[in-house]
Unconditional design. Structure first.
Length: 228
């Protein structure tokens, strides 16, 4: 999509959003720049909500920018890239940043940090083992970060296997004895899998000693089988 056409698209999408969400937004603009992630290949920043006139806590005015170059880079990587859907989602995401800054609610900031930590997990880098708790949680004990789902299990010791539910079915997953807590176990073999991964997170119940105990997560991939 050409730059001029993308600008027209963003204008149309902005017109669909109720006016109250733009209170304090000085402008929604399109930049021709491509903004790559500073450390991760094939990851691009599609948009930003830039606070003006102070730090995030005091900002009441913002500038929303969508990066046409980043959209074009993703479009070249993915022939099925949906410009309209991605532009709408990016605009709504950045406006939510603005609304939450004005309300003093840091939920979206926490979710963005969780997504960054999940990238580190996927790339085999060090990460905060509790990052997934800042994801969306449709039901207790289950968290979503981007396309990945995390099933939280608090245990005293590493069990030989774990029973869990997914989409109304129960499964059993064997656990390698080489794991140590906390553990992130990617589960294969389930029906109706999500676009990303399903992971069993096994961790000790938080306690006072956790303040002093270094936690280096371990990981494994296992195949689950349906329970009768």
């Amino acid at each position: 999509m050409r730059l001029a056409d993308f600008r027209s698209l963003v204008d149309r999408l902005a017109a669909e959003v109720p006016a109250e969400f733009f209170d304090g937004v000085l402008e929604v603009t399109v930049s021709p720049r491509a903004l790559p992630h500073p450390a991760r290949g094939e990851v691009w920043t599609l948009g930003e909500c830039i606070p003006l006139g102070g730090g995030m806590e005091s900002a009441v005015q913002s500038r929303v920018v969508l990066y046409h170059g980043s959209f074009a880079a993703l479009g070249q990587q993915d022939p099925e890239f949906d410009w309209v859907a991605e532009a709408r989602e990016t605009l709504q995401h950045e406006l939510r940043h603005h609304v939450e800054w004005r309300a003093g609610a840091p939920d979206l900031e926490a979710f963005d940090r969780a997504a960054e930590q999940n990238f580190s997990r996927q790339d085999g880098e060090a990460f905060d083992p509790l990052f997934f708790l800042d994801g969306d949680s449709p039901v207790e004990g289950i968290y979503q970060v981007e396309d990945d789902w995390f099933l939280d299990h608090q245990v005293r010791h590493l069990p030989p296997s774990v029973s869990f539910a997914w989409h109304g079915r129960r499964y059993a997953a064997p656990l390698p004895s080489s794991l140590a807590l906390p553990a992130f176990v990617t589960v294969e073999g389930i029906l109706d899998p999500p676009p990303g991964d399903v992971l069993l997170v096994l961790r000790r119940k938080p306690g006072f000693l956790d303040l002093f105990r270094a936690q280096s997560p371990t990981s494994a991939t296992v195949t689950a089988t349906p329970e009768r």
